[in-house]
Design a protein around this ligand. Structure first.
Ligand SMILES: [Zn+2]
Length: 530
């Protein structure tokens, strides 16, 4: 649903499942005209944008194909530009559409994890995505949001929550909107804030969706309010401070926080004194009421009491090793003999206890492994710059160098970058382990569903397997019988393909394909088929 937490962004529309298959008919929601058609390898894949007279634009993405007259227009443009990826704005009068007109067939193109249609309603001016449920679309929803856990965060040096100096999580029990804490009273002092792990579902789907709004009152006064009706794309990544990022990574809980982090520039919250925190004074008692709502108005609530009591006895938290403290509204940097790190202003959302560790190089590395921050538990809004010193490289081998980070399973993931002297520099938006490796292998490219020098009668799509070992594919181009031919690329399936058309003649056809990876390794294939 709209505003749902996805990997590093708010979801900008509604996803309609298509029963696990492609090829369902997609119709225009209202009168208008085709204002944009885009084809990209990742992202929205094949997508169509309709502009409507009421100032809104509707978007339909991950399509398999466009309606015939649009499809042939797109193909013309692809041949004119000699590119599979295109982004076209047809003139306003070119493709007028009526409400209910067939515009495309659904698919799984681009960065899609299964057949579905991604649907958006945007304000045409500024292309700001808005909640489609605010525009008269109804999706049955009688299920209340599910509340999983309450988090209470302590923000002052001498404060605590039930004796803990950072935070405490308390399981929530209940159903049909009525929830209660496993413990009834919480003791705390100093500045605290709250977080609720919650999710929502529509009536006829098991899919986990995001909540629509949350309201928190303390002794009858609102200390926090949030509601997601729209957000600009430029702030979509701030979902990482809207929720508790660390807990999303650790246990896939979406914890909606009352405290607004200093780097949080979202307009989803009315201005409230103290930014969603409260100061607990000793001897006083605080009644906290939390309401979580979905778009249909189903409410789930909890209430509890916080009693002000000074911290007593030993502190129940381990002392952490910290390399440096970094601040959100400042330029932060870290340098040693083999690493230079620059984190620009407005990159961090909050104050960070920065940790650094030097690890020995791996067998395939031409640098040490630098452990920068903890593995992906601190979100960054903008890119930081990482420069790593290379060991034992010549100018020629440095040209094949690729900076890598390591994913959760320890597998290297290319981060790109460029080498100058014996330093490699790249930009990245996540912390973790970084090193430099060499990629001297050309991409793998081979025919998949046919063989050289054979007949391909009965096959309408000629498929090739295309995969690079490390740096990634930068470029591909093909000719059929000496002329440029449209090859479609689906990187998530390592699939490069040609859909036979009138250019495939009877008799012998020669296809030549050239592919290049991001460090210049080239592979060429020439195949002749009937
Ligand atoms: Zn979607």
């Amino acid at each position: 649903n709209f505003g749902e937490v996805r990997g590093n962004h708010f979801h900008s529309g509604l996803d309609f499942k298509t029963g696990g298959v492609e090829g369902k008919s997609v119709y225009a929601i209202a009168d208008g005209f085709v204002s944009r058609v885009a084809v990209s390898e990742g992202g929205f894949g094949k997508a169509i944008y309709l502009e409507h007279p009421n100032g809104k634009t509707s978007v339909y993405a991950h399509l398999r194909e466009f309606a015939p007259e649009i499809a042939s227009y797109v193909k013309e443009q692809q041949y004119a530009k000699q590119s599979f990826e295109v982004n076209i704005n047809p003139p306003a009068g070119k493709f007028a559409v009526k409400k209910g007109q067939l515009i495309a067939k659904s698919g799984n193109s681009g960065g899609s994890g299964g057949p579905h249609v991604h649907f958006e309603v945007r304000e045409t001016i500024g292309q700001i995505p808005t909640n489609p449920l605010n525009h008269g679309f109804e999706v049955k929803d009688s299920k209340h949001p599910e509340l999983q856990k309450l988090w209470i965060y302590s923000h002052s040096e001498s404060g605590h929550v039930d004796g803990l100096i950072e935070e405490k999580g308390i399981k929530l029990n209940g159903k049909s909107g009525n929830y209660a804490l496993a413990t009834d009273t919480i003791r705390a002092s100093g500045i605290i804030s709250f977080g609720i792990a919650a999710l929502d579902r529509f009536t006829s789907s098991r899919n986990v969706c995001g909540i629509y709004s949350m309201n928190v009152k303390v002794n009858g006064t609102t200390i926090h309010k949030q509601q997601i009706d729209e957000f600009p794309f430029s702030k979509k990544r701030m979902v990482n401070c809207h929720i508790d990022y660390e807990k999303r990574i650790a246990n896939r809980h979406f914890v909606y926080r009352t405290r607004i982090a200093p780097g949080n520039k979202l307009d989803l919250y009315p201005t409230i004194k103290d930014g969603g925190t409260i100061h607990i004074e000793n001897g006083k008692s605080y009644n906290v009421e939390v309401d979580v709502l979905d778009h249909s108005g189903n409410v789930s609530s909890i209430s509890f009491v916080v009693i002000g009591q000074a911290r007593q006895g030993a502190v129940l938290a381990a002392k952490e090793e910290v390399t440096d403290i970094f601040y959100p509204n400042a330029l932060n940097s870290f340098t040693n003999n083999s690493l230079r790190l620059n984190i620009p202003n407005n990159c961090l959302y909050d104050t960070l206890k920065f940790k650094y560790d030097l690890k020995p190089p791996c067998k395939e590395c031409v640098s040490a492994i630098h452990s920068i921050g903890k593995l992906s538990d601190t979100p960054l809004d903008r890119s930081m710059t990482v420069s790593i010193k290379l060991d034992n490289v010549t100018e020629a081998t440095a040209a094949k160098a690729v900076m890598v980070s390591y994913d959760k399973r320890g597998k290297p993931v290319a981060e790109g970058g460029s080498a100058k002297w014996n330093w490699m520099t790249a930009t990245t938006r996540s912390f973790g382990d970084y090193a430099v490796m060499l990629d001297s292998l050309a991409p793998a490219l081979r025919a998949k569903n046919f063989k050289d020098q054979t007949s391909t009668a009965g096959i309408d799509t000629l498929k090739f397997h295309l995969e690079d070992n490390l740096a990634g594919v930068r470029f591909y181009t093909g000719t059929l019988n000496g002329k440029w031919v449209l090859l479609e690329f689906d990187p998530k399936n390592n699939l490069l393909y040609y859909v036979k058309d009138e250019r495939f003649i009877s008799g012998q056809n020669t296809i030549r394909i050239t592919v290049k990876d991001k460090v210049g390794n080239v592979k060429e294939v020439s195949i002749t088929v009937r």
